[in-house]
Ligand binder design. Structure first.
Ligand SMILES: [Mn+2]
Length: 392
């Protein structure tokens, strides 16, 4: 018996850091497209059902367009989809899940969708589900507590695999540290060591955005489409898990890649102007010929001459156009090459240019300068003007 374990779709995430509206909507749309790939994997693997272990929506007040689009994509999965609310889309009175609009849209677009709002076993044809939904954004008690009662597990089928769905941090692994909303706080605890694990066959966890095994039968699936720059090692976002499960046996878990967007990171230091060529090759290596498929966090340091920094300006211009997002930390300084300095300060017929140029160089590079960008721009203009004069 195979099923799909996924979580943290966070449909409707605003991506406010992306200024360009078109690019922002492409990144948002990628999360919907990932559901289509989940549908493909479910079909290929003949999965009996799909489990979403929380945070299907980014917000408990997802707007109507978001709800309809998500329901439509879920409807196309075909196989039954079982969802628990997470901290981002928690249940409880008046929650999204109980609103008439959601119920109407899911009823007509996603009749295969079941939202699990109660801590009660749900016996399916091939498995028994034990949902541990979050009914508040921050739950101080462990929502898996009800499973510690031996009577609960005794009361269900003895031949079907038993699957727990929960959302939060495990005792020695803090999924919440990965949740921007919670900012490192660690409520929503899931203590898998206190579960009667010999009676349970799989724990489908959500909250951590990378695929990760946290116990012999417990996994985080991670988000199917990455939604942030890496926060350290050991991150495998952009996957879903295909789980093969049988009562009383260890699960067989296989990761399947579903993510499309590439979130990468480059740090580059310029030792001299030839670094610009090396930087260009590095970028070509990372981005190839792609446009609007990558997000890049770029840190630049070192110093460049005026011509080289002009070229960098052009490269950055292309990057801004090609990338869905360029998060740039540019700490390069302008240090005119000897020839450039010579050209500005000596060879010119006007001594005023030399004085201004020297002053601008100081303004560009001194830490206390309040307008280093303006000074750099002025220096470039001055250099360009001088070159033009030289040519005429
Ligand atoms: Mn979460």
């Amino acid at each position: 018996m195979k099923f799909i374990h996924t979580a943290d779709w966070q449909i409707g995430k605003p991506f406010a850091g992306i200024g360009d509206q078109y690019k922002r909507s492409l990144v948002q749309k990628a999360r919907i497209d990932a559901i289509k790939r989940i549908a493909d994997v479910a079909r290929d693997q003949s999965a009996r059902f799909v489990l979403v272990a929380g945070d299907l929506f980014d917000s408990p007040s997802a707007d109507k367009t978001t709800v309809s689009e998500a329901c439509s994509a879920i409807g196309r999965i075909g196989a039954p989809v079982y969802v628990i609310p997470g901290n981002h889309d928690h249940g409880g009175p008046g929650s999204l899940w109980e609103q008439e609009f959601f119920q109407r849209e899911s009823g007509s677009l996603a009749p295969n969708l079941t939202v699990l709002l109660d801590t009660a076993p749900l016996e399916l044809d091939d498995a028994v589900l034990f949902p541990c939904p979050l009914l508040r954004r921050l739950e101080s008690s462990d929502r898996t507590e009800w499973l510690r009662d031996p009577g609960v597990l005794r009361g269900v089928s003895s031949s079907k695999p038993r699957i727990v769905l929960a959302h939060g941090s495990t005792q020695d692994f803090s999924g919440a540290e990965d949740d921007e909303e919670l900012g490192g706080m660690a409520p929503n605890r899931v203590d898998i060591t206190r579960l009667p694990m010999e009676e349970i066959d799989y724990v489908a966890l959500g909250d951590w955005h990378g695929a990760k095994q946290v116990g012999p039968k417990a996994w985080y699936s991670g988000t199917p489409e990455n939604d942030r720059f890496a926060k350290g090692e050991d991150q495998k976002p952009g996957h879903i898990l295909v789980v093969e499960s049988r009562r009383g046996e260890s699960p067989h878990v296989e990761m399947k890649a579903t993510g499309r967007l590439r979130w990468s990171e480059i740090s580059f230091e310029f030792a001299d102007d030839s670094g610009v060529n090396r930087f260009e090759s590095r970028i070509a290596e990372e981005l190839g010929q792609r446009a609007n498929e990558d997000l890049l966090r770029l840190s630049l340091s070192g110093s460049l001459g005026i011509e080289a920094s002009n070229r960098m300006e052009e490269i950055i211009d292309s990057l801004k156009a090609r990338l869905l997002r360029l998060k740039l930390d540019d700490r390069t300084t302008i240090a005119p090459t000897d020839e450039e300095l010579e050209a500005l300060t000596r060879q010119t017929s006007d001594p005023l240019i030399a004085t201004v140029a020297q002053h601008l160089v100081r303004m560009t590079n001194s830490a206390g300068s309040d307008q280093p960008e303006t000074a750099a721009l002025a220096l470039r203009e001055l250099h360009a003007a001088y070159r033009q004069e030289g040519r005429s």
